[in-house]
Write a protein that binds this ligand. Sequence first.
Ligand code: ATP
Length: 270
Amino acid sequence: MNHLIDISGVRHAYKTESGPLPVLDGLDISVPEGGFCAVVGPSGCGKSTLTKLIAGLMRPDAGSVKLHRTEVTSPRSTVGMAFQNPVLLEWRTILDNVILPLEIVPNKLTRAQREERARSLLSMVGLEGFEEKRPSELSGGMRQRASLCRALVHKPEVLILDEPFGALDAFTREDLWQIMHQVKEREPFTGVLITHDLRESIFLADQVVVLSGRPARTQYVLDVGTSGPRDLDHLYTAEASEMLAILRHQIEIAQGRAEPQASAPARAVQ
Ligand SMILES: Nc1ncnc2c1ncn2[C@@H]1O[C@H](COP(=O)(O)OP(=O)(O)OP(=O)(O)O)[C@@H](O)[C@H]1O
């Protein structure tokens, strides 16, 4: 299969005062074009490090990170990122915050075209009428929606979401999960979602990669078996319960709290 993101045999250690800190040790992840991959694993295992490698903000000590079969050696404008903390600039309106990447990434759009693009994204996520507000005038969920628009405004091929819904209440989070599906339908991208929420991983992604404890390797890959929008009721099916049980068990293994053998590998894709 033609994979847009291809991570193979990646190893990485941070240099620290007390010596090298191995963080990644044998990471293999492949995401086809248009795919949505969720990455879960124990706290501190190296998930954010992985996002920096895909975005080209860092290079691995060994192995390769490729987008469209080309090694990532520097930051790419074809990658958009959204984080748990939206970091919107208070001195700019919501509209101007969303436009910001278009002022940085080279493009031929006029100011009017940039505004039009930002307004259409804001309307897609239900923020029509809030364009002239400042970030502090919006709720956490609204700020996160604006941050999503900012990550998408320059039409990146790859969207990296590093725990974007982690700080939100359960209802707002579920709301955003559904918005996420709608956005992906209208603004196709290849997604990588870092999350601690297993329900979120199977609701949004079509594959879930479980990382082992640090130094992380690819421990397990779950094929969710569905791609594209799905109903929240999907989370309450027997199939979803089975997937969540498998993932929970894999996380326990990664944390060293369970033995590997008891897992039902029926859904594993590798
Ligand atoms: N620049 C750095 N220099 C040294 N150590 C670092 C650096 N960045 C991260 N680390 C360490 O590397 C490990 C992995 O960090 P990373 O943020 O990738 O993990 P994570 O899985 O995203 O964590 P969490 O689940 O808590 O968000 C942690 O122990 C962290 O303290």
